[in-house]
Design a protein around this ligand. Sequence first.
Ligand code: SAM
Length: 350
Amino acid sequence: MFIQGLRKVLPQRFKRAIREYLQTLTRLQSEAGGNAGPPPLWIHQTRPLLPPLPSVAQLLQNSDEEYVRSGVLDLSPYLEETAQREVLRKLSQDEIKQFVKADPYPLPAPEDREGYHGDQHVRYWISGLGDYVLFRALLLEQQVKLSAPFSLLDLGCASGRVLRHFATHESGLQVYGADINRTYVMWVNAHLPRSIQCFQNTILPSLPFGDNTLDFVYGCSVFTHIDDYESAWLLEIRRVLKPGGFAFMTIHSDRTWKDMHGDHFMYKYFLTAPHAIEDLGIPQVTPEVFAGDMPADRVVLTHTGYPINNTNVFHTIAYIRENWGRFFKICKIVPKAHGGQQDGILLLKE
Ligand SMILES: C[S@@+](CC[C@H](N)C(=O)[O-])C[C@H]1O[C@@H](n2cnc3c(N)ncnc32)[C@H](O)[C@@H]1O
C-alpha cells in the first residue's frame, strides 16, 4: 500500500521539479537578454558544396583573364604592389608551367573560397602560388628548407588557397589544414590531394597536436579575425611548434588604418555595415573614428549582425612587438603580405 502510494506521488513530484527547473531557466535566459547560451564555437555547414571549377590548366585553355596570353601565364599584370611581387617576378615561364602541371585539382567556386578574387579564377590560383613562394623564400632566408621530414599547418585554411600549393609542389611534407568553418574542411577533403589532413577546429585555442611537433604554422588573414583568446592562440601555436620552428601571421596594421579613407573598400565596408568598437564604447563607427591614428594599440571592429567570425582586428606594429614579442622572437615584419592591406609577421619559437 505504502509502496503503491509512492509510485503515484514520485512521478508527479519529478515532473513538477522538471517544470520548475525549466521555468527558472527560461527566466534566467530572458534576464540575460534571451541569449544565456554560449556563443557558437565553430561554423556549421549551412548549404551543400557548390560544384567545383575546372583545374587551373583547364581554365588557362580558354581564360579571358587579363594575364593569360594564349595559354601562357603572363604574371606581369598581376604584379600588384605586394610582398609576393618580387618572388613571383623571379619565376621563369618554365617554372610556372611546372606549377600549373603539378596541380590538376579543381578550384573552388567563389562562394566556397571566402569570395577571394571574385570571378577571376586564375588570379585566385596565382594568389595562392604567390603566398607559397613567398613563405618558401622567407623560410629559406632563415636557412629552413622545405624538405622531408617537414610538417606545416595552415590555420584558417578556408578551401586551401595556399595549402594546395604546399601539397602539390612539394613532396614528403606533412600538410595540415584547419578551419572553424566546416564547409571548407569538407571542400578540401572532397577536392584536394588526400595527403592533406584537414580538420575543423573551434574558436577556442586548442590544436590536436602534441607539444613540439610542427615546423611551420601560417595563418593568412586569420589573426585579423581573432578577437578573444589572441594570446592563448599565440601560446597554443608556440606549444605545437618545434623549438626553432616558425610561424607567419598576417595582420591589419597601423599602416592599413592610415590608408582607410575615401574609396578604400574596407573604409566603405565598415561605414555601411553595422560596426561597433565595443572596447572603446563606440556602438556604431563613424568617419571620425578613422580620421586620425588608431584610437588604441589594438582595435576590434565588430560586425554587430553576426555572432561568429564577425570581427576585424587592427594591431599597431608597436603592439605586436610588445605583446607578440613576449611569446616569440619577431624575426621580420613583411609589409603588404596579404594583398596591399595586411602586413605579415614572421615569428620564431626559440
Ligand atoms: C579571411 S579568411 C582567409 C582564408 C585563407 N587563410 C586564405 O588566405 O585564403 C579567414 C579564415 O579563417 C577562418 N578562421 C577564423 N577564425 C579562426 C580560428 N580561430 N581558427 C581557425 N580558422 C579561423 C575563417 O573561417 C576563414 O576561413
